[in-house]
Design a protein around this ligand. Structure first.
Ligand SMILES: Cc1cc2nc3c(=O)[nH]c(=O)nc-3n(C[C@H](O)[C@H](O)[C@H](O)COP(=O)(O)OP(=O)(O)OC[C@H]3O[C@@H](n4cnc5c(N)ncnc54)[C@H](O)[C@@H]3O)c2cc1C
Length: 338
């Protein structure tokens, strides 16, 4: 384990923004945490953060502190019976590799979450979700290190306080709790979930068998058509969360925008597609400097070449302001601004 100084972060974030971390460390063994603690103490460094693949963040300036990149690997089944298995994966495993592995083992529940960039360790942080499910639907337990209590701790499902793109690790325990291993409870019998419109249409059109592997492949195909590959077009996925509004707000908006799409979460709460709001506000295909909006999906901000963080933030805040004026809705960032 080597602590690196003044480390360039450009290759460590999928928006490819150049900033530097005063200190940077890669580690792949939980025993290294003791040395990391010692380094922080001896050098009186109070600021630190954890990093996976950098696909859900924007470095807005140089990072004055230690960035800790978790590369702990390994996947194993730690319990099984006739109905289900509990599979544990190291936080440094690539999420999509883990999903593929579970399908190969005939363990089901994660197939709709195909092709989401990033690591297993980051998946619970914003409770990743797509195509009608969230990782929390299969989560059993999380094991990690709490830098505040200086203890290894387990968090069960309830303790993780999952919400829409949210968890305790993104709020109270942000930059405090380092996720080391994640355990998922996966079914041995396959219950397909194609409630999501695009997925349902795909199976209706292609008339193929409803297997987990086919759902995985269908999701990949749909995502490929819709979303930019960060290696070709640097981006951090959805930049904003889809806003949730109440019934009164919805009725007011429907009177002004009869074509407004919405998703009923419960009798009082409705989720709106932020991409629709952004397009309606006239942002489709627009750019500010080297920061742009992806033509096929208005929720995704892209680096057009050599964007800096100021340009990306400038574009983001301009979008937020115009959505507030037009819809009286405040868009929240889905990406972590650091
Ligand atoms: C093209 C594209 C498509 C995407 N599609 C989706 C999608 O469909 N659904 C979705 O939910 N997200 C999506 N995302 C966002 C992203 O893939 C997820 O948020 C992913 O979980 C981020 O993983 P990461 O390893 O890159 O995390 P990072 O970006 O490195 O980190 C994200 C946050 O998690 C924290 N963190 C990382 N590792 C740990 C750890 N071991 N312990 C504690 N905290 C940690 C970081 O400090 C940071 O706050 C997409 C992104 C891109 C670029």
């Amino acid at each position: 384990m080597e602590i690196l100084i003044n480390y360039n972060l450009k290759k460590l974030n999928t928006l490819a923004i150049e900033h530097y971390a005063s200190y940077f460390v890669n580690f792949n063994n939980e025993n290294d945490i003791e040395d990391i603690l010692l380094f922080l103490k001896e050098n009186s460094i109070s600021r630190k953060m954890f990093l996976g693949s950098g696909s859900n963040l924007l470095f807005s300036k140089n990072y004055e502190g230690l960035i800790i990149k978790n590369e702990i690997k390994g996947i194993k089944t730690i319990f099984e019976n006739e109905q289900y298995a509990i599979v544990e994966a190291g936080a440094g495993e690539i999420w999509d590799d883990f999903v593929k592995y579970t399908i190969q083992q005939n363990l089901f529940g994660l197939e709709n979450l195909a092709m989401i960039p990033g690591t297993v360790g980051a998946a619970p942080v914003q409770n990743i979700g797509a195509y009608g499910t969230e990782q929390s639907n299969c989560l059993f337990e999380i094991f990690g290190y709490n830098f505040t209590t200086q203890k290894f701790e387990n968090y069960n499902f309830d303790e993780c306080k999952f919400g829409y793109r949210d968890s305790i690790f993104k709020s109270q325990l942000k930059d405090q709790f380092l996720i080391i291993k994640v355990r998922y409870k996966l079914n041995k019998s396959f219950i397909p979930n194609i409630a999501y419109k695009d997925l349902r249409n795909y199976f209706e059109k292609n008339k193929i068998e409803l297997t987990a592997e086919n759902i995985y492949n269908a999701v990949c195909e749909i995502r490929d058509k819709k979303l930019p590959n960060p290696r070709q077009i640097p981006n951090a996925g959805s930049f904003f969360k889809n806003p949730i509004i109440n019934k009164t707000q919805l009725n007011e908006l429907l009177a002004r925008f009869p074509d407004l799409p919405y998703f009923e979460m419960d009798a009082e709460n409705f989720k709106l597609p932020a991409a629709y709001l952004i397009e309606k506000a006239g942002w489709k295909g627009k750019s500010i400097g080297q920061a742009g909006i992806f033509a096929n999906h208005s929720l995704i901000l892209i680096n057009l070449g050599d964007a800096n963080s100021k340009e990306i933030l400038n574009l983001a805040f301009n979008i937020i302001e115009s959505i507030e004026i037009l819809f009286n809705i405040h868009l929240e960032f889905e990406v972590n601004i650091i």
